[in-house]
Design a protein around this ligand. Sequence first.
Ligand code: SF4
Length: 484
Amino acid sequence: MNEREIKSFFSGELLQWYKQAKRDLPWRRSRDPYHIWVSEIMLQQTRVDTVIPYFNRFMEKFPTIVALAGAPEEDVLKAWEGLGYYSRARNLQAAAREIADKHGGLLPDDKSVVAGLKGIGPYTSGAIMSIAFGRPEPAVDGNVMRVLSRYFCIDEDIARPAVRVGMEGLARELIPEGEASDFNQALMELGALVCTPKSPSCLLCPVMAHCQGRLAGRETELPVKSKAKPPRPEHRLAALIQDAQGRVLVRQRPESGLLARMWELPHVVAPERDAWDSPALGQALLSAALAAEGLAGIRAESLRHLGDAEHVFTHLHWHLRVHGGAAQAAAEAAEWTGAAEAAATEETAAAVEPVITAEKAVAVESAVKAETAIAMESAEVAEGQTAYLPEAAFAGEPRGLPAAQSSNEDQQPGAAPVSDAAPLSDAVLQPNAQLNASDSALPAGYRWIGPAEFERLAWPNVFSKLLGAHFAGKLGPLNAGSEH
Ligand code: SF4
């Protein structure tokens, strides 16, 4: 069989197989370009099984491009919560707004327009143009490159852009006339179901007879792909501070950069591993960082280690250690300036004295600033998936938006008061500060939230899970008097 016949065999057999074997997926029930577009964006870096319920909910909430364009961004991020890579959702909405403004709310059958939309690269553009409009455009992602590398026994590094371009040319040649939609989906389906990364099911494969990689016994060696650098580990300290109404202190991330405008627990990078490992050092560092953020007026009671959580981005791996405590209310604070405080201050000062120095305060401030710079540099590319370890604690970093209006709707009148709480280590940082846990006293971007507000705001996975566990009572009580 010559090369032309090998290619023709591949296209014909694959197409025939797909017509019988294709999965019934929600976005395959329609040729609506909007459906194809949303599904392709959701499927980037995310498994089909995970995407299905998100896709269905998203379409229910934003049934048209115009509906998506007109929705508050927070609603879109909320609908995306848990999928990770939130820049995908922001770009999707930005592109929807462009289509609503310039194309009457309908994705046009025009490759130059589709390819120019925010968040759409060569793969997604090819997928939309071929699947929705039947245009003979290749849609080459990692799965497709794996299949082609194996079938044609190509041992060039698929991480190289030039190799990807070559693969796109090859995939374009393989598209049978008038069959671009099914053929591209067939290639994707084969990569997902049969020619899988680790153990390809060659015996079930419709193109096995002429697969050059298999015939050479190299199917598990291919594709060749140079290894990406592992994500850089970063140890962070996070604070879970609760007020007398049971509300938790949170903040909104800056307008741009990593996880832009999402909500989180305040947290900082631990400048050294020791500060992360040691509860006393970590809590002191965290308190100093909160003070540097303009939160000196909030003193958390009896910070304690609640547990650890992880969040893995493309280039970063956050190890979050969460410390939690109850905030001292203003009136109670006034009563708290006496012998008891002096004694407690003396005691706790000794415990944290090695780190509570002017240099340390400067270091903390620098760490906060440096972290922001890193986040901005990493921009959207570093967003990723979360691995959650059920026990955790947290802390803070600078935000960008003004504080939202205070709301009482989430207050929990039954929450335990903290007036009889023992003073904590961070109290020594600001012994004369006015304590005030009201929203009006918070720096821009911070607010107190209860369970109802938690449900409405958009969170990165790691904070969604931590706060979900907290409001479900799974992290244990934070008010003073709880067992440590
Ligand atoms: S025969 Fe095996 S290696 Fe070749 S395309 Fe099929 S599953 Fe992949």
